[in-house]
Design a protein around this ligand. Structure first.
Ligand code: NAD
Length: 380
């Protein structure tokens, strides 16, 4: 299967996100740190920038980006946070706001989020409230953040009540996804991000799912297929976000697999040594299709195809694959009920009538979910 004619190997792909006064572009390509610095300089000539990153990304990539920013005439202050989900906390949010103020970031300046979804979510939230809102640039460095979290303006932190419960919609002014940065990502984190790529095929693009089945190893290897997969994912997300910026309607489709995933992350204590977000999403996608099958909505053939693809990549697709276990069906349902997609105690799921035929199903009975999870836990 060949790539589209407008995606020449090595050329930058630009995906627009159309949001009236808040529109922006996503730039996708390999080795574009200095081009990125030029784009940032054009966005805010003469502005200062704070570069927020985590300690791991800082060690690998921050000096190269800083050199490019300096060459483009941008004065930059680096702010580092510890890597990992635990940084999406009240304490870290307060410390980041104070560090941005100490760096004298003013309304006309820029905040650059340079890292994975953790850095992007935390930094975007801080940018949304700092001096009542400053512009920020997303420079995602994980596959997951390049195909999902850097686009769409959802920002936030976690609470003891659940994930992402404190946050704001704050669109970035620019997104730059340098796909060569993914070369230093661990295989585990890369594959975890791949679950969100597959998700777009499963939501409404069966031809993309077919393409992924054939090309997944090339996406991992880093050829033009990687850029194509990021571009297709970003176009899919941009289209949904343009229709429904604040998740009042079909943006919820992006949560395919996520009600299960958030419950699993909660039950494993957000402990990355057991489960990272994308792995939880992988199990969630497989569960969403098997649950749809159990409800008579989707063929067993499609449910098996989804799990088989995730298995081929080495992603988990079963509850029993969660290291240390998940707890009982009651505990899983209770953890789901903590998710913010619960309205007045009724569970809303994204279910599927087949690959690429997902839909929002409000009012799914908790008993139905519990019965399904009991069967999943009992399965050998
Ligand atoms: P992450 O930010 O924790 O990054 C994963 C790990 O990879 C970290 O240890 C990080 O230091 C390391 N890393 C990052 N870039 C690297 C690179 N280029 N080379 C080597 N190591 C690198 O995790 P993530 O998977 O990117 O993001 C998960 C977060 O995103 C979750 O908090 C999730 O809730 C959030 N999320 C948000 C949205 C949204 O719309 N805002 C959507 C999906 C997920």
């Amino acid at each position: 299967m060949s790539l589209p004619a407008n995606e020449k190997p090595g050329a930058r792909i630009v995906v627009p996100v159309a949001l009236e006064g808040r529109s922006y572009d996503i730039h996708i390509g390999r080795h574009q740190l200095c081009e990125a610095a030029e784009l940032v300089a054009r966005l805010a000539p003469g502005a200062k920038a704070a570069l927020v990153t985590d300690e791991s990304v800082a060690g690998l990539h921050a000096p190269a980006l800083e050199t490019c920013l300096h060459q483009a005439g941008i004065a930059v202050t680096r702010i580092e946070i510890p890597p990992g989900e635990a940084s999406k906390s009240y304490a870290r949010f307060v410390a980041l706001c104070d560090a941005l103020l100490a760096a004298k970031i003013e309304r006309n300046d820029l905040v650059i989020a340079f890292g994975g979804g953790v850095v992007g979510d935390l930094t975007g939230f801080a940018a949304s409230v700092l001096r009542r809102g400053v512009r920020f640039v997303q420079m995602p460095t994980t596959l997951l953040s390049q195909v999902d979290s850097s686009v769409g303006g959802k920002t936030g932190i976690n609470s003891s009540h659940g994930k992402n419960l404190i946050g704001a919609f704050h669109q970035p002014a620019l997104v730059i996804a340098d796909t060569a940065l993914l070369d230093t990502l661990s295989e585990r984190e890369f594959k975890a991000g791949y679950a969100e790529v597959v998700k777009y095929g499963l939501i409404n693009d069966p031809a993309f799912f077919d393409w992924c089945e054939v090309n997944w190893s090339r996406i991992i290897a880093g050829g033009p297929e990687r850029d194509h997969a990021v571009a297709v994912s970003c176009r899919a997300k941009a289209a949904i976000v343009a229709r429904d910026e604040r998740e009042e309607g079909d943006r919820a489709l992006l949560n395919l697999g996520h009600t299960f995933a958030h419950a699993l992350e909660r039950l494993t204590g957000y402990d990355a040594s057991r489960l990272v977000h994308g792995e939880a999403v992988s199990i969630g996608l497989a569960l969403a299709f098997r649950f749809s099958q159990r409800l008579g909505l989707c063929s067993g053939q499609d449910a098996v195809r989804v799990s088989a693809h995730l298995d081929a990549i080495g992603l988990p697709s079963r509850l029993r694959q969660v290291p240390g276990g998940t707890g009982s069906a009651d505990e899983i349902v209770a953890a789901m009920a903590q998710d913010k997609k619960v309205k007045r105690g009724v569970l809303t799921f994204i279910l599927a009538r087949g690959i690429g035929k997902s839909f929002i199903a409000p009012g799914v009975a908790a008993d139905e979910v519990k019965g399904f999870i009991e069967a999943e836990l009992a399965a050998a």
